[in-house]
Write a protein that binds this ligand. Structure first.
Ligand SMILES: *[C@@H]1O[C@H](CO)[C@@H](O)[C@H](O)[C@H]1NC(C)=O
Ligand SMILES: *[C@@H]1O[C@H](CO)[C@@H](O)[C@H](O)[C@H]1NC(C)=O
Ligand SMILES: *[C@@H]1O[C@H](CO)[C@@H](O)[C@H](O)[C@H]1NC(C)=O
Length: 981
């Protein structure tokens, strides 16, 4: 979707931040908070037109903004700029001017992305304990067996000569399994630290000049999945393509986030460094392919370099929750499936019960872990190993006879937070707790927030059941724990029979809001053993689409070595992987409710990649997937081409396998999409496909197409969506066109479509869209008068005393002076707009509608300063409203479905200020596929009326600044003293 460039008005700052999305599927796990990439106030990415002088641009911004980063690349010529005083919504009419400059092609607000969330199962603390050394010779890594990497590796294909760039947190290149060095001849042979250790996303990136070392861990894990060197490491960890050269482009400091100007720079540096594949396990919910980073990435793909990005870990948010930049056109969005094995590194300890003396077992230390020389009997609140709510409620109160201080409390995982279970054990005197799992594997359980707990650990479900059985037999089970730092370690690979091979419950669902098929395909990302920084234990098991993505980058490298003719052909490589991928059944993570139904394409894409089949396929499809769009835009016929690269003529037979149809909404009147797996409903309903082929023209029925060796034929497909569905709940149907050749080839082409109208969906939830009041002033820097808490929804006619603003061109005050201007009154406040977007919106306006203005003193317009007259806005018509126009910070484009808020201090998008008065704000949120000139294509929410005036500074007096210097008088803006209206 491309919007007309009506947005000549600047896309301005405003503190837009995302709120937390849906709950994780297992609340006690590390939070996987959904977070749409927030806009960074006052920061913009500008792309220049080719051949235009950019000096006029820099001259124009000079007074108000500074150049933050040059984005001077072959495929992206521009810059990121930052307006001064970022916490004032300070950009003035300069942004409007600059958008209109001939040199400016596009202008986007900068967005911020987090270090990818992943679940950390365990981190090793390895010194080469001989007991754990396993030096495999053949590649038997389960994730490689799942994806046929082992079969290509057996043929000697390792990705030799392929340069794979990784955009991530850096890499511990000194790790023995990652080559042990940086630079030419090393595994990590190229790359760049774009940001330095101190970068947080809220300061200026400072390239360190050093190789891109990792102080987080994420990038080291990702790099090992791609190319860890076998034979030199403790656990036999081997990467998908150990023959590649890695280029690490570091975009995160040790803490904090990354802005997309840095990401665009990193991708373009990687491209110019000659990367054959670029991979990045970074992203955030978006759903729009026109975001700056998605556009820049799509451009690299269009220039011959495949880019693989993780689909996102927001599966719980349901459908239509694609991530940037994975949602870019032609960009490969990688979904995650769970590993068939749950590799777990246990610390060894022993126990004694009546039947067994000194039996050893493995545990995963939690936090805290003061287990050294703790030997105590076990106690359990219940002997029911199916209990869902063990220790979720308080136990009977502690008394003289039921004290648990002499026990280790054994408790089953489930339902409530680990900290609740710990508190309930603690209330009865316990200090040591062992949790037994309710799913395969173990986790590092952190209850360090609960004071009093000395030791926390987790054991497997099986170990827990064995102990409970012994306790139920009235046996005493005495556990002799060990210090996890020094305890011997053992790697155990438990079969994951519950979810192994199925899409991970956290993997984000597509499609995009334009009904582009996302994700493309899936790879193992759940429970992945790989390298970790030496300082953090050297090896770890993590879960996330972050872990699936580098495996697919490795798969691309193998495929490029196997098919060098396709090296610069991302579309062909992608369609080979897509057509040979293996779709799997639907599994909601807990039970297989639909044992015969394939998982929707919006969840698994083409399915699990099978790289050996892709490497040797002699039939190529021109497409990776087909979208039939929604009912309003239903595409009658889609064409694709089959090319027979084999040596003989092949007859291909077309057939169809439907996948589960997934309802976007649970109920008819719902506007908030259903959560997965809680309320997302799938049904067995498939489209009916019809084909037209050249064989049909010769009397065939259209289900076959005969293609001589070396030739190609077009197949036309039409899809009649499934019938009997409830269109108001927006079902997404999907499936696979199976293409079986007489030569034994078996390919499939995924497709999807939507029944119902995306354009008619509510995007803005009126009930949860409102104004609140945020206090910002203080009576003095050390005042004990607390700043009042923010209000929730304001009462009608609430008064806001907005902070004093400085006239344009006079903003060169010191921080202390600026601070002083805000201190005068602790009731100073900002208007906070809270919006709940239940669906993505391509455009959101916020226009200020005056109801009654204050009388203006004849001598001056208000607000004004003694030296500068700030123009009062003029009334004009916006979509049928008489308004002063957009408030600063709006309009905003391409918003994901999430709540967000923006604070406002009276500034208007055109650089004027709203005069004191009584107002309402009218929000317009454009529908998906909406026409931005049609009021009926917007959701419209009018706020309660509210009053504004500005902080009063009496003429002639200057507030004392904390530095003791008086703030120059000319900086004061005179306000009418009378409160009005
Ligand atoms: C302005 O921003 C700076 C840096 O982010 C911060 O230290 C300061 O407290 C902010 N001032 C106000 C009034 O919010
Ligand atoms: C102590 O509490 C237990 C329940 O935990 C109860 O069965 C027992 O009777 C109580 N003993 C006394 C002395 O109150
Ligand atoms: C365990 O001991 C209790 C009382 O000490 C007794 O009531 C119960 O029957 C015993 N259970 C078994 C399985 O021996």
């Amino acid at each position: 979707m491309h919007l007309p460039t009506l947005l000549a008005a600047p896309l301005l700052a405003g503190a837009v931040s995302a709120a937390v999305g849906g709950p994780g599927s297992q609340i006690e796990q590390q939070a996987r908070a959904a977070a749409a990439a927030p806009i960074v106030p006052g920061n913009y990415i500008v792309e220049f037109e080719d051949g235009h002088d950019t000096q006029d641009f820099y001259n124009t911004i000079a007074a108000n903004a500074s150049r933050k980063m040059d984005l001077n690349f072959r495929l992206f010529r521009g810059a990121s700029i930052q307006f001064h005083a970022p916490n004032e919504t300070s950009a003035t009419d300069a942004t409007a001017q600059l958008a209109a400059l001939p040199a400016v092609k596009q202008l986007w607000p900068v967005r911020q992305y987090r270090i990818p969330e992943h679940t950390r199962h365990w981190v090793a603390n390895v010194s080469d304990d001989p007991e754990t050394v396993k030096r495999a010779t053949a590649d038997t890594f389960s994730t490689h067996v799942m994806t046929q990497i082992d079969q290509l590796r057996a043929k000697g294909i390792t990705g030799k000569g392929v340069r794979v760039a990784v955009v991530d947190t850096g890499v511990d290149y000194l790790h023995p399994a990652l080559g042990g060095c940086f630079g030419p001849g090393c595994l990590v042979s190229f790359g760049y630290d774009l940001v330095g250790d101190a970068y947080t996303g809220n300061n200026k990136p400072a390239p360190s000049g050093n190789p891109p070392m990792d102080c987080n861990g994420h990038g080291t894990h990702v790099s090992g999945i791609l190319a860890a060197q076998q034979g030199s490491n403790t656990f036999g960890v081997t990467g998908a393509a150990p023959g590649v050269e890695i280029g690490m482009f570091r975009v995160f400091g040790c803490e904090g986030n990354v802005n997309d100007d840095v990401l665009i720079a990193a991708f373009n540096r990687a491209y110019e460094a000659g990367a054959d594949v670029i991979t990045s396990s970074v992203g955030g919910p978006s759903g729009w392919s026109d975001e700056a980073w998605a556009v820049a990435t799509a451009r690299i793909v269009a220039n011959g370099v495949p880019c693989t990005l993780s689909a996102g870990n927001e599966g719980s948010s349901g459908q239509f929750y694609a991530s940037a930049a994975a949602d870019g056109e032609g960009v490969v969005s990688v979904a995650s499936v769970d590993n068939t094995l749950s590799p777990t590194l246990f610390s060894k300890a022993t126990f004694v019960d009546t039947a067994k003396a000194n039996t050893s077992f493995g545990y995963t230390a939690g936090s805290p872990a003061n287990w050294s020389s703790v030997t105590l009997p076990l106690w359990a609140a219940t002997y029911n190993t199916n209990t869902q709510t063990d220790l979720c409620d308080p136990l009977p109160a502690k008394n003289a006879t039921n004290d648990l201080s002499g026990y280790i409390v054994l408790v089953r995982r489930g339902t409530c937070l680990f900290t609740i279970k710990a508190q309930n054990a603690l209330a009865r005197g316990a200090k040591y707790i062992i949790v037994y799992n309710n799913v395969p594997g173990t986790l590092q359980v952190d209850v360090s927030a609960v004071p009093g707990v000395k030791g926390m650990a987790m054991v497997t479900a099986d170990q827990g059941a064995a102990w409970i059985a012994a306790l139920a037999r009235n046996e005493t089970v005495t556990v002799a724990m060990t210090d996890p730092v020094t305890a011997p370690k053992v790697l155990s690979n438990v079969n994951n029979t519950q979810t192994g091979g199925f899409v991970s419950s956290y993997s984000s669902w597509g499609p995009t809001f334009d009904v582009d098929v996302k994700p493309q395909f899936s790879a193992p990302g759940g429970q992945i053993l790989s390298t970790f920084p030496r300082a953090q234990g050297s090896y770890a098991v993590l879960s996330g689409t972050s872990m699936a993505c580098p495996l697919v980058a490795g798969v691309y490298a193998l495929l490029i070595e196997a098919r060098p003719d396709l090296r610069t052909n991302p579309a062909a490589l992608g369609s080979l992987l897509s057509s040979t991928a293996q779709p799997n059944l639907y599994n909601d993570g807990t039970s297989r409710r639909h044992p015969n139904l394939l998982a929707p394409v919006s969840q698994q894409g083409a399915g699990l990649v099978q790289v050996y089949d892709a490497a040797y396929a002699t039939t190529l499809l021109s497409e990776s997937s087909l979208s039939f769009n929604d009912s309003d835009h239903h595409v009658a016929v889609r064409n694709f081409t089959i090319t027979n690269h084999g040596r003989t003529s092949v007859v291909y037979t077309l057939s169809h396998v439907g996948a589960a149809t997934a309802y976007t909404f649970l109920g008819d009147t719902d506007i908030q999409p259903a959560q997965y797996p809680l309320t997302l409903e799938v049904v067995d309903a498939a489209a009916t496909l019809n084909y037209t082929t050249s064989d049909k023209a010769n009397g065939g029925d259209g289900t076959t197409v005969t293609i001589p060796a070396g030739q190609r034929r077009v197949v036309s497909v039409s899809a009649a969506p499934p019938t009997g569905l409830d269109a108001t709940r927006l079902p997404v149907y999907s499936g696979y066109i199976a293409i079986n050749g007489s030569d034994g080839s078996a390919l499939s082409l995924p497709y999807l479509g939507v029944v119902g109208s995306l354009r008619s969906l509510t995007v803005l939830d009126a009930v949860q869209t409102y104004l609140s009041k945020v206090y910002i002033g203080r009576s003095s820097p050390n005042s004990s008068v607390p700043v009042p808490p923010p209000t929730l929804r304001i009462a009608p006619n609430t008064l806001f005393v907005l902070p004093l603003r400085l006239p344009p061109g006079q903003q060169n005050l010191t921080d202390a002076q600026q601070e002083a201007l805000l201190l005068a009154n602790h009731t100073t406040s900002l208007v906070q707009a809270n919006l709940n977007l239940v669906m993505g919106s391509p455009l959101i306006r916020a226009d200020l509608v005056p109801i009654k203005l204050c009388p203006t003193p004849a001598s001056s317009t208000a607000p004004s300063s003694t030296t500068t007259t700030v123009p009062t806005p003029t009334l004009h018509d916006v979509l049928g409203y008489k308004t002063f126009g957009s408030i600063e910070g709006f309009p905003v484009q391409y918003m994901s479905r999430d709540t967000f808020n923006a604070t406002w201090d009276g500034g208007m998008a055109d650089g004027t200020y709203a005069p004191p008065g009584l107002y309402k704000i009218v929000f317009h949120a454009l529908h998906i596929f909406g026409d931005l000139t049609k009021p009926s294509d917007y959701d419209i929410v009018e706020t309660d009326p509210f009053r504004i005036r500005y902080l009063e500074v009496p003429t002639g007096s200057s507030p004392a600044s904390p530095t003791g210097k008086a703030v120059p008088k000319m900086m004061m803006r005179r306000q009418p003293l009378a409160e009005c209206p």
